[in-house]
Ligand binder design. Structure first.
Ligand code: URA
Length: 209
């Protein structure tokens, strides 16, 4: 059984429905995707390690829990992955950010890398690779390969909408990397777009079409 977490919280699903609507404006789309990424971030980070500490309330001393210091790195796949960045950084402002620039060759749908900049201490961090669409899975596979080449061992992948084909391809390449998504849609079309999907996430986010 493949490690896929569908986040079906009502707020996430409500906002996803608005993102799917073709009449949603660029400004609304951008705001919604930021809000959804914060909500999804709660789920993705729910297993962060904690440690017991002692604090003094105004009334007495007590033992309580804080984050155990596991550090985070968010890695958006350019360009649409950037839409998830602000929402996640709102939850963890001290997180590092790496960038991977990949575009899909329109003929072959194979990802071509044009930019790579990662922090040099990924071995000590939880790495969340983010891209709104897990379509063919090729870009996600390549991006996770890059972070693993940089010694990351604790890696998760976060998207908004996944295709069944994308999940299968991704988990064939990286069976141990969990996928967090708000929906698994019906299928890919012949151009590599997810049906019913949300359209081209980058174009809708940046108003380029
Ligand atoms: N990328 C997108 O932006 N949308 C899709 O449906 C597939 C890939």
């Amino acid at each position: 059984m493949s490690d896929v977490h569908v986040i079906d919280h009502p707020l996430v699903q409500h906002k996803l429905s608005m993102l799917r609507n073709k009449n949603t404006t660029t400004q609304e789309f951008r705001n919604l995707i930021r809000e959804v990424s914060t909500l999804m971030g709660y789920e993705i980070l729910r297993d962060l390690p904690m440690e017991e500490v002692e604090v003094e309330t105004p009334l007495e001393a007590m033992k309580t829990r804080t984050l155990a210091g596991k550090k985070l790195c968010v890695v958006p796949i350019l360009r649409a992955g950037n839409g998830f960045l602000d929402g996640l950084l709102q939850l963890v402002p001290s997180a590092r950010v790496g960038h991977i620039g990949l575009y899909r060759d329109p003929e072959t749908l194979i990802p071509v890398e044009y930019y790579l900049k990662l922090p040099d201490d990924l071995a000590n961090r939880r790495v969340i690779v983010v891209d709104p669409m897990l379509a063919t899975g090729h870009s996600a596979i390549a991006a996770v390969e890059r972070v693993r080449d940089s010694d990351a061992t604790d890696v998760k992948f976060m998207c908004l909408v996944a295709s069944p084909e994308g999940i299968a391809n991704f988990h064939e390449a990286h069976p141990d990397v969990p996928v967090y998504t708000a929906a698994v849609d019906r299928m890919l079309n012949e151009h590599g777009y997810i049906l019913p999907g949300i359209g081209d996430a980058g174009d809708r986010m940046f108003g380029t079409k």
